[in-house]
Design a protein around this ligand. Structure first.
Ligand SMILES: Cc1ncc(COP(=O)(O)O)c(C=O)c1O
Length: 443
C-alpha cells in the first residue's frame, strides 16, 4: 500500500541548506547575467534549492565554495568512476600536459587505449574515438544506415542517447504527451527537426518490437538501447529480452547497438555486454571511459567498423583521440583492471542500496530500488517498474525532499533518484550515508 509519509522538517532543511550556501547563490545570480540559464547543461538547473558552486573534489567527497563538504554520489553524472582527482589520472594527465595538449595527428596512446578496449569489450574488434556520448551515438547510427541502406532506427521510451535531434525523442515524456502522441516519437524541446526516422516503443515490450519489425523491418537499420535503462529508473531488461533483441535484429538484417555510455566500465570492465553475455554489433562508450575527461568511443565488429576503416563512412573531429583524454583513459582502465575492483564496487553499492531500503522501509516509507551495484535508482511510492511508463507512478516530489535533506546532512545525490558509486567510496562512507538517512527520517 502506498504511504504518504513526508520527509520530516523539509522547510527547516531548506532553510539550513540556504544558510550554509549563500556563496553559491550569489555566484548563481551573477552567472545568470552572463551564462544562459546560469548552468552549462540543462539538467543541472533542477538542483534544489539552487545549483551549488564547487571549488574542489577529492576521492568520494566534493567541497562547495562556502566550505561545505559532501559525500558525492552524483560523480559528475557518472564519469568519476575512480572518484574525484584520482592520483593515477592526475599523474597521467600532468605528464601528458608537459608533452603537449593535442597534435591533430597520430600518437601511441590511441592504439594503446584501443587495445585495452579490444581486450575487455566483447564486440570491440575495432575502435573509434570522439569527445562526447552524443557524438559517438551519431557515428553508430550513421554506420548502421551505411551498412543496411536503411534510414529508420528503433529506440525505447525513456532511454537517453544524447541531445541530437535524431535521438532526443520519447525521453521521459509526460503521460499527457504520451496520450497525445498516439505512438509517434515525442520531441523533448522546441526547435527539433521533425523526426521521421525513429520508431519508439516501450522497454521490455517484445510484442511492440515484433510489430515494428513486421511493419517496417525493411526500413529499420538498427535497434539502439541502454542495455540497463539507467536514465529512467535503472530498469534491467527482462530475462531473455536482450537475447530477443539480438535475435530479431539478426533475423531482419538490422544492427544491434548497445549505448554503454553509463554501463560501460561500470557494470564490469567489459560493460553490460560482458556482464549480460550478449554481444551487440556496435557499442558506444563515454562518461567513465575518461574518468572525468571528455572522451567517447565506438567499439564494433570488423564487419561494420571496416566501413570507417575503409573511409566509406566519415568519422571526423578536430579533438578526436587527443592525448590528454587518452592518457586519462589509459590510467583509468589500468586502475580498473586491478583485481578486486569490481567486487568492491558492487559490494559497496549493494550495501548502500539495501541498507537504505531497509532503513526507509522500517520507518514506514514505501521505497523501491532497482538495478544493483555501482549504479542504482531509488524512488518512493511507486512500483517495481519494467517500463518507463511504470516509473511515472513514483513520487518525485518526495524524492526531491529526501535529496534536499541529504544535502543538508552532507550527502549529495542526483535529483532524479540515480546513485553512482566510485572506487573511492569506502565502507565508512556507506555507513556515514546510512546514518544520515537514519537521522533524516527519525528527525
Ligand atoms: C546512455 C547515454 N547515452 C548518451 C549520452 C550522451 O552523452 P554526452 O552527455 O557525453 O553527450 C548520455 C548522457 O548522459 C547517456 O546517459
Amino acid at each position: 500500500m502506498t504511504t504518504t509519509l513526508p520527509i520530516p522538517s523539509v522547510a527547516a532543511r531548506d532553510a539550513s541548506v540556504r544558510s550554509k550556501t549563500a556563496g553559491s547563490l550569489a555566484r548563481y545570480q551573477r552567472a545568470q547575467k552572463a551564462l544562459a540559464g546560469g548552468v552549462s547543461t540543462a539538467l543541472r538547473r533542477s538542483a534544489r534549492p539552487y545549483p551549488l558552486y564547487f571549488q574542489g573534489g577529492q576521492g568520494s567527497r566534493i567541497q562547495d565554495v562556502d566550505g561545505n563538504h559532501y559525500l558525492d554520489y552524483t560523480l559528475a553524472w557518472g564519469p568519476l568512476i575512480l572518484g574525484h582527482a584520482p592520483p593515477c589520472i592526475n599523474d597521467a594527465v600532468a605528464a601528458q600536459l608537459a608533452k603537449g595538449h593535442t597534435y591533430g595527428a597520430q600518437h601511441e596512446l590511441e592504439y594503446e587505449v584501443a587495445e585495452l578496449l579490444q581486450k575487455h569489450i566483447p564486440c570491440a574488434d575495432l575502435v573509434a574515438f570522439a569527445n562526447s556520448g552524443t557524438e559517438i551515438v551519431q557515428v553508430a547510427l550513421r554506420l548502421a544506415r551505411a551498412a543496411t541502406g536503411r534510414t529508420k532506427y528503433l529506440k525505447f521510451e525513456g532511454h537517453y542517447h544524447g541531445w541530437d535531434d535524431s535521438v532526443l525523442v520519447s525521453y521521459r515524456p509526460t503521460r499527457q504527451a504520451i496520450d497525445a502522441a498516439h505512438g509517434s516519437p515525442i520531441p523533448v524541446g522546441m526547435g527539433q527537426r521533425p523526426n521521421r526516422e525513429t520508431v519508439a516503443v516501450e522497454w521490455n515490450d517484445r510484442a511492440a518490437v515484433e510489430r515494428a519489425f513486421a511493419e517496417q523491418g525493411s526500413d529499420i537499420a538498427c535497434v539502439v538501447c541502454e542495455p540497463l535503462l539507467c536514465n529512467s529508473g535503472c530498469l534491467p531488461a527482462d530475462p531473455g529480452f536482450l537475447q530477443f533483441l539480438r535475435d530479431i535484429t539478426k533475423q531482419h538484417g538490422a544492427l544491434l547497438i548497445f549505448d554503454e555510455v553509463i554501463t560501460g566500465f561500470r557494470l564490469s570492465l567489459g560493460g553490460a555486454q560482458s556482464y549480460y553475455g550478449i554481444t551487440p554489433d556496435l557499442a558506444t562508450f563515454a562518461k567513465a571511459i575518461g574518468g572525468g575527461l571528455p572522451l567517447s568511443a565506438l567499439a564494433g565488429t570488423t564487419e561494420f567498423m571496416s566501413l570507417i576503416a575503409d573511409g566509406k563512412v566519415v568519422h571526423a573531429g578536430t579533438l578526436n583521440g587527443n592525448p590528454i583524454c587518452l592518457a586519462a583513459a589509459k590510467a583509468a582502465l589500468l586502475e580498473l583492471e586491478k583485481p578486486g575492483t569490481y567486487e568492491a564496487l558492487w559490494a559497496n553499492g549493494e550495501k548502500l542500496r539495501t541498507g537504505m531500503q531497509q532503513c526507509l522501509a522500517s520507518a514506514g516509507y514505501q521505497v523501491v530500488t532497482s538495478a544493483a551495484g555501482p549504479v542504482f535508482h531509488l524512488s518512493f511510492n511507486g512500483k517495481q517498474a519494467r517500463t518507463y511508463r511504470e516509473t511515472l507512478d513514483a513520487d518525485t516530489a518526495l524524492y526531491s525532499d529526501f535529496a534536499l535533506a541529504l544535502l543538508d546532512e552532507g550527502v549529495m545525490v542526483l535529483p532524479d533518484g540515480r546513485w553512482y558509486l566510485s572506487t573511492a567510496h569506502t565502507e565508512a562512507d556507506i555507513d556515514a550515508t546510512l546514518a544520515a538517512v537514519d537521522r533524516i527520517i527519525r528527525a
